[in-house]
Design a binder for this molecule. Structure first.
Ligand SMILES: Cc1cc2nc3c(=O)[nH]c(=O)nc-3n(C[C@H](O)[C@H](O)[C@H](O)COP(=O)(O)OP(=O)(O)OC[C@H]3O[C@@H](n4cnc5c(N)ncnc54)[C@H](O)[C@@H]3O)c2cc1C
Length: 452
């Protein structure tokens, strides 16, 4: 194991529980990162929240519950150091990280080695999981990049907001590709006839009001160590583009050319386009809308777009320093690097986003490697589970041409055979998806027990 963060700690624990000896390499405290402050394993670098703990109504709460049922160390330590936080699982960060560190140190099958792994793990280490996180040390990151190719390991993310398709108002929005050009999906696009994009038109007054909102909206600041990067020249936040001139967006991501609004039969003043974000066709991202606006501001401002008034966001936009792989392209369904299967990856570096998601992918990487070492076959968890949906997204469901980090959300789950419709249906749908997930996880876990 390389990296003793959220994912590496969980993966090491899962391996040891399965009886596999582990050498865990962690570079701190000898070498630090820009965000970590201590030498503890599983340090929380920012917030102390694991977000909602509501398993039946919230996808991250469901992921908590699935991880508990899989014997997760991270969830056990979080539960043991829980603080009062309403429906959220917030933890005492020191107690939490101390507990993870203590339990891993007490595990006889795990040996902790402090020191940076400054290049690819040597072949004699055998199968190795790399869980070095969003701030992977530069020599290792460069070595991984050498293996995956330059365009398969990014050093920053540029996340555009992602909308649940079912929350878009199609009396105003319409499917069409610019100039009706067929994409790689050919006639198979969700809109039929090669119409791959969802379009939302703005008239001149709506456009001006939208620009005003972008310019005055509250933004988050870059951290000092994030600010001086050439990256942002190529991928500007939408509000920065708007600040360069009121017409800039109309000649950029909001250009109306090649599109006809079926409601007016004409070209619009400006158009916002949404592109399919997962193979299931349940999620769409707002093209070119990476942003540093605060989350509440994003919801308020993006709901000004005609057709998105009731939009529900699977994730909001952001830009961060973040080392991550183009996993749908380079990893197999068990998180192994296709080009060199002795190396597998876990945590945020696989293109998931968040403490819980990182630990969840660590849990799977640990179990897959344990199965391999024991000479057993462990199929990936079903995509109807939170663990399986997240894994399926990063290892295939996401479009590798535009891959950006993803957090767990119900849009990643295959729809129910009978989806309750409408606003009311939306409320009963989540518990139904969660119940199906927990039942299917039980079957997956049982299969593993029987094979043991
Ligand atoms: C500044 C910042 C703030 C964040 N805030 C939040 C938040 O509030 N909430 C949230 O849910 N998510 C947050 N995230 C995202 C993400 O959830 C966390 O980064 C999470 O810690 C990722 O888990 P991980 O195990 O993949 O990586 P990490 O927890 O970062 O663990 C990686 C470990 O690998 C070690 N390492 C790196 N390179 C090497 C090497 N070459 N050799 C040996 N060891 C190495 C590091 O020291 C580290 O201990 C944040 C990310 C960043 C960068």
């Amino acid at each position: 194991m390389v990296g003793g963060g959220l994912a590496g700690s969980e993966a090491a624990w899962q391996l040891a529980r399965a009886g596999i000896p582990v050498m865990l390499h962690e570079m701190r405290p000898g070498r630090g990162t820009e965000a970590h402050q201590t030498d503890r394993l599983a340090e929380l670098v920012c917030s102390n929240s694991f977000r909602s703990d509501d398993a039946m109504n919230n996808a991250v709460g469901l992921l908590h519950e699935e991880m508990r049922r899989c014997g997760s160390l991270i969830l056990a330590a979080a539960d043991a150091h829980k603080l009062p936080a309403g429906g959220a699982l917030a933890v005492d960060r020191d107690g939490f990280a101390e507990e993870v560190t203590r339990r891993l140190a007490a595990e006889p099958l795990i040996r902790l080695e402090r020191g940076e792994v400054a290049g690819l793990p040597p072949a004699e280490w055998g199968s190795t999981i790399l869980a070095t996180g969003p701030l992977t040390s530069p020599p290792l990151a460069e070595a991984i990049r050498g293996l995956t190719g330059e365009d398969s390991l990014a050093f920053f993310d540029a996340i555009a907001p992602i909308v649940h398709r079912e929350s878009i108002d199609f009396t105003r929005a319409w499917f069409q590709s610019r100039y009706d050009k067929k994409g790689p999906g050919g006639d198979q696009g969700l809109g039929g006839d090669g119409a791959d994009y969802i379009n939302c038109a703005l008239d001149a007054a709506q456009y001006e009001a939208f620009i005003d909102a972008l310019l005055s909206g509250d933004k988050t600041e870059f951290k000092e160590w994030e600010a001086s990067t050439p990256y942002f020249d190529g991928c500007l936040p939408i509000e920065v583009m708007a600040a360069r001139g009121r017409e800039t967006l109309r000649f950029g991501p909001m250009k109306p050319v090649g599109l006809t609004d079926p409601n007016t039969g004409r070209r619009s003043h400006a158009v916002v386009q949404l592109r399919q974000d997962n193979a299931l066709g349940t999620l769409f991202n707002i093209v070119g809308f990476q942003t540093k606006l605060k989350y509440a501001e994003q919801v308020r401002i993006f709901r000004m777009i005609p057709g998105l008034e009731q939009a529900e966001f699977a994730r909001l936009g952001g830009l961060h320093r973040n080392t991550f792989l183009n996993s749908p392209r380079v990893l197999d369904p068990r998180l192994r690097l296709k080009a060199e299967p002795r190396l597998s990856f876990a945590g945020q570096i696989t293109g998931v986003e968040g403490y819980v998601e990182s630990a969840g992918i660590g849990l799977l990487a640990g179990r897959f490697l344990a199965a391999e070492r024991l000479g057993r076959d462990l199929p990936p968890p079903p995509p109807t589970t939170a663990l399986g949906a997240l894994l399926a997204h990063i290892t295939g469901g996401a479009d590798d041409r535009h891959f950006q980090p993803m957090n767990i959300n119900f849009g990643l789950f295959p729809p129910l055979a009978e989806m309750p419709g409408g606003r009311k249906g939306r409320q009963t749908r989540k518990p139904a998806l969660a119940a199906r997930a927990l039942a299917d996880l039980g079957i997956w876990l049982e299969g593993w027990r029987q094979a043991a």
